[in-house]
Design a protein around this ligand. Structure first.
Ligand code: URP
Ligand code: ZN
Ligand code: ZN
Length: 470
């Protein structure tokens, strides 16, 4: 079965050109000059032509930071692998890399098996896993080596959440040394959780229990200090480092300094840190701000965080945009922290909106069209060992293709999103551009505003080593 996508502008990380894309089965087999006399006819019954006139033809988005069904704070993230990956497809993302979690006192292997079981047969799009190592010890370090060989090549550690996911500096250094030996990539949640917990306790003792205090106690100095420490530990451990969900100017400065000194340090940011703020969102009246409680937190609009992060995206000091999709409903979930912000489960859902939200940076001139594709598809694929199957339109790649209509306009709402959330963090946000068609390994899964796929279409992907470390 072949499909020809014609009439569109194919956008890659390096440019945008009129071209036709020929798909055979699950794979892209050719990129052709427009108007090629290809023997493809819709009438033959075997072949299909998709008219992409007026559309950008881009590689399917690769979101390397999601938390489907993550247990957190006495509840679990509200998107299952089924609902979350379907929502991702609606938004033009065709691959996710989710975080399997080793909790303290348990074996890495049994935790990973649980995560695999949650996802298997349920996903709408392809998926891989990172491993959160919540208990750095002899056994988990041995297991890291084995996982790298099995296609789980990145490991998240936490400098935050003492008593839950937290690793101390010795444990972090040890995991970095292990990664340096096996080629894995350490991903760091860089916030000083010990200091944050003290400030949070003091705030609550003063009666400061509203959601905004979540952001106030998680001071940006405690993100930049942890980022600095992680970078230094990675140097001592001779390991590469990837900072997740970077939110603040000072933390970015640490990354810029390290990169300028030649260190193999990378960082991602997320749409919430580019668009939302401590005052306007986390500080919404009543308990509404709970919908914006995430860590790292939203930052003040009175500083330069938004502008600095966009600059970092332009200069490649920030290499990737992921979502950190970790949705919780207001009802019964965020509400757990009505009297104490520390009990609000941390996370914002956004897996459906990343491609659109970052495209707004193209519209406003913050980034170029190819950079959009690079940040949202190509670099995440290369960073996490998915390239060249994912993140690129070229012969041999999986036919994960999105047709994007730059002329469409619409606004984001809980009434039109597909994530399992009872509110939208981006309610009323006006969007220029819209996903028009989504193909996942050759199968059209979104077309004419309809979902045509089914749970289980998405397959587990064994990842290779990061291309940025070779
Ligand atoms: O608030 C967040 N980010 N929740 C998910 C867990 C994490 O730290 O990434
Ligand atoms: Zn984190
Ligand atoms: Zn996360």
């Amino acid at each position: 079965m072949t499909t020809l996508i014609k009439g569109g502008t194919v956008v890659s990380a390096t440019g945008a050109d009129a071209a036709e894309v020929l798909v055979d089965g699950e794979t892209i087999v050719a990129l052709l000059a427009p108007g090629s006399d290809l023997a493809v006819s819709a009438e033959s019954g075997a072949n299909t032509v998709i008219d992409a006139t007026g559309r950008y033809v881009i590689p399917g988005g690769v979101d390397v930071h999601t938390h489907m069904e993550l247990p957190f704070g006495g509840t679990s993230a509200s998107d299952t692998f089924e609902t979350g990956t379907r929502a991702a497809a609606w938004g033009g993302t065709t691959t996710i890399v989710d975080f399997a979690v080793q909790t303290y006192g348990r074996q890495v292997r049994e935790c990973l098996d649980e995560w695999m079981a949650k996802a298997e047969g349920n996903c709408a799009i392809d998926y891989g896993f990172h491993m959160i190592v919540g208990d750095v010890n002899d056994a988990s370090m041995k297991e890291m080596d084995i996982l790298v060989d099995e296609g789980i090549t990145s490991f998240k550690l936490f400098m935050a959440y003492p008593g839950v996911f937290y690793s101390d500096d010795g444990q972090i250094l040890r995991a970095m040394q292990t990664a340096a030996g096996n080629g894995g990539l350490i991903m760091m949640h860089a916030e000083n959780g010990i200091a944050i917990d003290l400030l949070a306790e003091q705030a609550v003792a003063r009666g400061e229990t509203d959601p905004i205090y979540h952001g106030i106690v998680r001071r940006e100095e405690l993100e930049s200090e942890a980022t600095h420490r992680a970078i230094k530990l990675a140097k001592v451990g001779a390991a590469p480092l990837y900072i997740v969900h970077l939110s603040a100017s000072e933390a970015l400065e640490e990354v810029v300094r390290a990169r300028d000194n030649g260190a193999n340090v990378f960082a991602e940011t997320c749409p919430q840190y580019l668009y939302l703020s401590l005052e306007d969102h986390l500080g919404k009246p009543g308990f509404e701000g709970a919908g914006y409680v995430c860590s790292t937190p939203l930052r003040s609009k009175h500083q330069h965080h938004h502008a600095d992060l966009w600059k970092g995206l332009r200069t490649d000091d920030l290499s990737v945009v992921s979502t950190d999709h970790c949705p919780f409903c207001m009802k019964d979930q965020k509400e757990l922290g009505k009297d104490d912000f520390r009990a609000i489960p941390n996370g914002i859902g956004g897996v459906e909106h990343r491609m659109d939200l970052i495209y707004q940076g193209v519209v406003t001139g913050e980034i170029s069209l190819p950079r959009w594709v690079e940040l949202c598809a190509t670099t995440p694929a290369r960073m996490f060992g998915l390239y060249p199957k994912k993140g690129v339109i070229q012969p041999g790649a999986d036919a994960d293709i999105v047709l994007y209509d730059p002329k469409a306009t619409w606004s984001i709402s809980v009434d039109n999103h597909h994530m399992n959330m009872d509110y939208s963090a981006y309610e009323g946000f006006e969007v220029n551009g819209k996903v028009d068609l989504v193909m996942s390994r050759g199968q059209v899964v979104i077309q004419n505003n309809q979902y045509l796929g089914k749970a289980g279409d998405g397959k587990y992907v064994r990842r290779g080593l990061s291309q940025y470390l070779m």
